[in-house]
Design a protein around this ligand. Structure first.
Ligand SMILES: Nc1ncnc2c1ncn2[C@@H]1O[C@H](COP(=O)(O)OP(=O)(O)OP(=O)(O)O)[C@@H](O)[C@H]1O
Length: 255
């Protein structure tokens, strides 16, 4: 049984079909990429998975339970963590306090009685931003703020991490370190689903990839298959290349 299953989901906004009978799955212990051109429906899928968007049709299952009608906070309590494309940290708090608050929220009232401290710093260290612990969140570079989002998400010890554009703002060496961290998190048994435009990162770290185009899943498989899939080429480039040995350089065409 996959950790997450999206089954025949449809979302329409007026006349726009944002998600069109999409089905895909994500496994525990693996990194799953959800890619596609701008407007393909990736963020809407994330919203359906996390409960921000009710689908008109279809179902979502998480850890063997149907959760389609469960509110956002109950999905979080069951082990779903999410980062957003837009940064969500509290700007006037320090980096450390941002993670502490996230941890308090996840632990609930009982957790507030426990002294916060070492485990927060361990999380900051793990994502590589301990040096920024005492800085205000609104004063740190964008890449660091993305890693803070990840630390805030990990504070809830999620079984499934949904990451929306996690590498934007990271430089090359930060991106490489980030990829290694994702692999570690997956090796701990967590499922990771990532919407990401950095195709080099996607092709390097993902075990499985689902490609959306106009709300439809047009291809699913390991990176090696996705790179040479004619329909994926058509979606990204507007034409199919008959020579499948000539891989598309998705990095060049992604926005
Ligand atoms: N709240 C909304 N109201 C109306 N239309 C919406 C809404 N949210 C998304 N859409 C439309 O649904 C389609 C899918 O949007 P979505 O943001 O899910 O795509 P995406 O793949 O995440 O795009 P991007 O890569 O640009 O973030 C787009 O045509 C978008 O304009």
């Amino acid at each position: 049984m996959p950790l997450l299953e999206v089954d025949d989901v449809v979302v329409r906004f007026g006349g726009v079909t944002a998600v069109d009978h999409a089905s895909f799955a994500a496994e525990a212990g693996r990194i799953t990429g959800l890619i596609g051109p701008n407007g393909a429906g990736k963020t809407t899928c994330f919203n359906v998975i996390t409960g921000l968007q009710r689908p008109q049709h279809g179902a979502v299952r998480f850890a063997d339970r149907r959760i389609t009608r469960l509110p956002v906070h109950r999905r979080a309590r069951r082990g779903m963590g999410r980062t957003f494309q837009r940064l969500e940290a509290f700007g006037s708090l320090t980096v450390r306090d941002n993670v502490r608050v996230a941890q308090d929220i996840h632990r609930g009232p009982a957790g507030l009685l426990r002294p916060a401290g070492a485990d927060v710093d361990a999380l900051l260290d793990r994502v590589g931003i301990l040096a920024y612990a005492d800085e205000r969140a609104d004063s740190i570079p964008t890449g660091t703020a993305r890693l803070l989002e990840l630390a805030r998400c990990l504070a809830g010890d999620p079984k499934l991490l949904l990451l929306d554009e996690p590498s934007s703002g990271l430089d090359e060496s930060e991106t490489a370190a980030f990829g290694a961290l994702l692999a570690e998190l997956a090796a701990e048994g967590r499922g990771i689903v990532m919407v990401e435009h950095d195709m080099a990162l996607v092709m390097t770290v993902c075990d499985d990839i689902h490609v959306l185009d106009f709300g439809r899943v047009i291809a699913s498989g390991p990176p090696a298959l996705i790179r040479t899939d004619p329909e994926v080429q058509r979606a990204y480039l507007g034409y199919a290349d008959d020579d499948v040995t000539q891989e598309i350089d998705l990095e060049q065409v992604a926005p």
